[in-house]
Design a protein around this ligand. Structure first.
Ligand code: CP
Ligand code: NVA
Length: 285
């Protein structure tokens, strides 16, 4: 494994090995990335991804450099393929959050150092690896996982990829319109009735309805797929609620579900740090 572009490029063994390593390095500090530098390109906003990568580099003895679109030459039109070649000469790894997924492909093509996709319009692999790590720890990998909302969402695509690599299946509950169906191939079943979809679920997952960079109004179409107490009552009584965050209470999830004892969203957010520390060690040590 040289880069993390999409989870589909990983083997099951590589994913399971990351989970083991995340457990091993969990809460520990070391100097395994001493004097190494991660260049971080952010063309979109971030709280969790930026902070968890920066802290992971610090806890392993290295450092991270934050490059926003506004404060770098990317905002003035310098092509990503030039940025990739320059950063490769300074840094030991590059993490990037972009709009078009092709920009991640350009980074991989032109960089001499490992590239990590920190979210593109189509995929969010660091998130879905963390999510399955969280599921593995809390429920085991045979859990029934149901995603509710827009099936063409980047997080949903990466959850499908991860489930597929692990030899598992995921249920997607979305409106009966082609635009809301997942746009990736993999092991998933689409069910349009949210109550039927979550029946016997161990994990109920949702994401924002309108992702960064999108302008479309989707609320009317997606309201039936909101995760509320009624939806949760159709899942197993000990089902966990997951959300990659940030959450919009009253839209894709109610405040009641977010704050309920079934909600593991902050453990899930914490796990970004543990999983990505293992990932950085794998790619940059
Ligand atoms: N879940 C996630 O990637 O959060 P941020 O947008 O805050 O990085
Ligand atoms: N689908 C969301 C995920 C945010 C972490 C977005 O792309 O904005």
């Amino acid at each position: 494994m040289k880069n993390l572009e999409i989870v589909k490029n990983m083997t099951k063994e590589e994913v399971l090995n990351l989970f083991d390593e995340a457990d091993e390095y969990r809460g520990k500090r070391n100097n395994l990335l001493k004097q190494k530098t991660l260049g971080m390109i952010f063309k979109k906003a971030s709280t969790r991804t930026r902070v968890s990568f920066e802290v992971a580099m610090y806890q392993t003895g290295g450092q991270a450099i934050f490059l926003s679109k506004q404060a770098s030459q990317l905002g003035r039109g310098e092509p990503i393929k030039d940025t990739a070649r320059v950063l490769s000469r300074y840094c030991d790894g590059i993490m990037a959050r972009v709009f078009e997924h092709s920009k991640i492909e350009d980074l991989v093509k032109y960089s001499d150092v490992p590239v990590i996709n920190g979210l593109s319009d189509e995929y969010h692999p660091c998130q879905s690896l963390t999510d399955y790590y969280t599921i593995w720890r809390k429920k085991g990998l045979d859990a029934k996982v149901v995603f509710l909302g827009d099936g063409s969402d980047n997080v949903c695509h990466s959850l499908i990829n991860t489930a597929t690599v692990l030899g598992k299946e995921i249920v997607v509950s979305c409106p009966d319109q082609a635009k809301y169906h997942p746009k990736v191939k993999g092991n998933y079943e689409v069910i349009h009735d949210p109550h039927e979809a979550v029946s016997e679920a161990d994990v109920v997952y949702t994401d924002v309805w309108v992702s960064m960079g999108e302008t479309e109004e989707k609320e009317r179409d997606l309201m039936d797929h909101q995760v509320n107490q009624e939806v949760m009552s159709k899942a197993k009584s000990d089902a966990i609620f997951m959300h990659c965050l940030p959450a919009h209470r009253g839209k894709e999830v109610t405040d009641e579900v977010m704050e309920s004892s079934n909600s593991v969203v902050f453990d899930q957010a914490e796990n970004r740090l543990h999983l990505q520390k293992a990932l950085l060690l794998k790619l940059m040590k």
